[in-house]
Design a binder for this molecule. Structure first.
Ligand SMILES: N[C@@H](CCC(=O)N[C@@H](CS)C(=O)NCC(=O)O)C(=O)O
Length: 207
């Protein structure tokens, strides 16, 4: 086996770890993923490098880096080149804004996800879940409009701007709650699902 480019620390049932694992596949980088966080707990050695007590973190021999979207930007710049990290600041910013936008979306989707994946059904608070699903839908209306004009969140071609919301879209489409339909998002998601790295690293049972 080729020497791994980097170590990816983090359990794969984390949305934020999935982003990095998927992007590594897109870039064709070899890496070794090590389970840590959640049910695996943390080691003192890990916490010395990432005191947030969160995953993911990568180590590539040059840097130990945490914050998933920062990791994506770093990987694109360091290992991807112009294809993944355009020199034009406007092209780059128009794609990258969807990465920051994703965090507010993730807040809205947290309760429906945690209820479905990690809470016994009899404890579901359906009123609260429905309220949060409606909040997700409100965010997605903005994305729907954009994807009616551009094929990808990154613009003309798939890029790092699509990665964070791609991961959260898998969860959205997997949730068994009543949800409005978003045709442009469904079309984009169909193309995302066809990417081998996504199928491999993201489309795993929600736990
Ligand atoms: N903003 C951080 C958030 C990281 C985060 O919240 N990670 C969650 C998993 S998605 C976590 O580490 N939870 C605690 C744990 O797994 O021990 C990032 O994007 O990397």
């Amino acid at each position: 086996m080729a020497t791994p480019f980097f170590i990816l620390w983090g359990r794969l049932n984390s949305h934020n770890v999935k982003k990095v694992a998927w992007f590594a596949e897109e870039l064709g980088l070899t890496y070794e993923r090590r389970d840590i966080g959640g049910q695996f707990g943390y080691t003192e050695a890990y916490l010395a490098r990432n005191p947030n007590r969160l995953v993911p973190m990568i180590e590539d021999g040059k840097v130990a880096l945490w914050e998933s979207n920062t990791i994506l930007r770093y990987m694109a710049a360091e290992y991807g080149g112009e294809r993944w990290f355009p020199a034009d600041p406007i092209d780059r910013a128009l794609a990258e804004r969807w990465m920051d936008w994703q965090f507010a979306y993730a807040d809205a989707q947290r309760l429906p996800f945690l209820s479905f994946a990690r809470t016994p059904r009899e404890q579901w608070d359906m009123a609260a879940i429905e309220q949060r699903v409606a909040a997700c839908a409100q965010h997605l209306t903005v994305m729907e409009r954009y994807l009616g004009e551009k094929p990808w969140l990154s613009g003309g071609q798939f890029g790092i701007g699509d990665i964070p919301m791609g991961v959260y879209a898998y969860t959205w489409f997997s949730l068994p709650f009543d949800k409005p339909e978003f045709p442009a998002i469904a079309d984009w998601y169909g193309r995302i699902k066809a990417r081998p790295g996504f199928a491999q690293q993201v489309m795993i049972p929600l736990t």
